[in-house]
Ligand binder design. Sequence first.
Ligand code: HPA
Length: 251
Amino acid sequence: MKLAIIGGSGALDLFGSKKKLAMTTPFGAPSDRPCEVEFGPHRGWFLARHGNPHRVAPHRVNYRANIHALKALGADSILAINAVGAINADIDTGELVIPDQIIDYTSGRAHTFSDGGSAPLRHIDFTWPYAGPLRQLLVQSAADAGVAARDGACHGVVQGPRLETAAEIRRLKADGCDLVGMTAMPEAALAREAGLDYASLCIVANPAAGVGEGAISEEDIRSVLARSMARVRKLVVKLVESLDPTDPRIT
Ligand code: HPA
């Protein structure tokens, strides 16, 4: 497995030593220069989804360039880290969740590589958007690391960047969404189109609109994400440690 990590809000400083790799793609520039990161004897890649400093809004992320760049570097598996709000009242702020389903409410994003020109038209199977071995490895690594992570949830992906109305969240809940976020799509589908295994680790930053008391503050979100990063790191380190140590490519 050759692993790349796409980190979202709050995940910029997850990894220490970083060699930045300048690159472009047929779809334009990725959000940031991907970093080569070292996990002990292993090497992999990290990409800041919103750039560094954090500046690219969810609907402006060049998801195609990001996926293309990581594949071009040699990644075959992508671990996405996503900040989300909790719709399901059983899910607490600060929890880590490994979703198994997606509903896509986004619009106007460049969401496919099958987009004319010489690109082949593909109708990928997406019945289980997180179907590959990386998701299982993530669940197992959480258990091995002693980091609590909920296995299974439906992630509703909205356009943003504003947060939702209470009525919108009621609608998402009626649709079966447990979580709401802004960046899981089209990233997950593009990874599938590109033939990459893809799993998501969601950090619950807040109760969704109307689920908790009062307004949702960006400052509270930032502080929950910052406090959660040590657990995310512990889980990711355990995951990487479980990869074949005799394979120095990383991964
Ligand atoms: N809604 C959408 N995206 C989010 C939220 C939310 O409440 N929290 C963190 N990302």
